[in-house]
Design a protein around this ligand. Sequence first.
Ligand code: BGC
Length: 464
Amino acid sequence: LTVSFISPFQLSPETLQEVSARLRKDLLRGLGKHSHHKAPVKMLPTFVRATPDGTEKGDFLALDLGGTNFRVLHVRVEEEAQKVLKMDSQICAIPQEMMLGTGEQLFDHIATCLGDFLESHNLKGQTLPLGFTFSFPCEQLEIDKSILIRWTKGFNCSGVEGKDVVQLLKEAIHRRGDYHIGSVAMVNDTVGTMMSCGYKDQSCEIGMIIGTGTNACYMEEIKNVKRIEGEDGRMCINTEWGGFGDDGCLDDILTEFDVEVDKTSINPGVHIFEKMISGMYLGEIVRLVLVKMTKDKLLFKGQISEALGTRGLFETKFISEIEDGLENAKKILTELGLDWSLVDASVVRLVCDTISSRSAYLCAAALATLVNRIRNNRKLGHLKTTVGVDGTVYRKHPTFSSKLQKAVRLLAPQCDITFLVSEDGSGKGAAMVTAVAQRPAHQSRLLEESDGEDNEEEEEEEGQ
Ligand code: BGC
């Protein structure tokens, strides 16, 4: 009976290959000049045209919004020692009400945190360039012009979607009027992660996050990015793979629990792939399975505790803890007010393992799509590359990273991938992007949208 709950989450290697193939098509749709409007995987140009070359230097400010905490940082990049030093940083809590309040309140709060930081670190008189890690899907028009497409994860502030986030930040700073900032570079956290790893390992051309949300970026050939002028060179593309499945193309692998998680989320119908994978949702999927199993009298003598019955109270970190050892499982089940037996505790571990494994395998399928694409782009029989990774799920779960790595090896056998956990990608990476963006050769722009008929043929390249 337990098996009937578990098996819909167990994806065969063939299914994973199929998922990877579907994503491959969606990457093309996202890159296309006309098809990108409707593409669920947005493939956003980032205006980062190069990974670091080791000559970057200077002092930078960095803001980091969209991960577990909001942070302000002062970062120094030293050319001689090839080091990125975090001089100081400060965490500023963002209360839940603010995450769901008005954009003006949010940006005023950010400007206040930045002001306090500058004040307490004696930096108010300087005009330092600022890297803004803003970990949400943005249509970037230039490195310092970035329109929020939609909020994800727990955020839903009014009046920000469709607006230029840099402008909103500048207006908030202007309202205070007591300090100035230099040039701004907008950075997605995946890009920051890639760039911070890229300073150490110049073959790092992919950044991946598996934390509260999930996403990846990679270096694409500009000639394939049909919305950007120019033929030569590469640009980092923020895939926003969390949106994979938003057109229904993953419906056949969704379970009733995924459907429920989506329905009760603050953004129903969107970021379907993310909702099967990331830390914001994994705990809730497990909870829904446990509730249903208990109702079917397969667990806890059929008794649901108040905590188990409450949305959001089974935290994703419990999954890591429970899988780490049976003793932890017992402790957590007790804390959740459940009357458990030893068999119950083992079944709960099995459920956690099943759901976290599915997450790791789905990420592996998506990552395999990216490395295979890079290999095909370069017409290489074999690709050796490095992926910079960050995020609480990847870092904290006891077996997630090894499962993911093993599965990618199976799904992308011609690629040899090194995984590098990023050292503060959102802070140091933002400084790195800001530094690289200051190189004069990096100006480029988005092509004007033509109203032409939808002609998807141009996207149907590569016949593999
Ligand atoms: C956002 C991405 C971000 C990812 C990881 C997703 O919800 O859409 O922009 O990179 O979370 O933080």
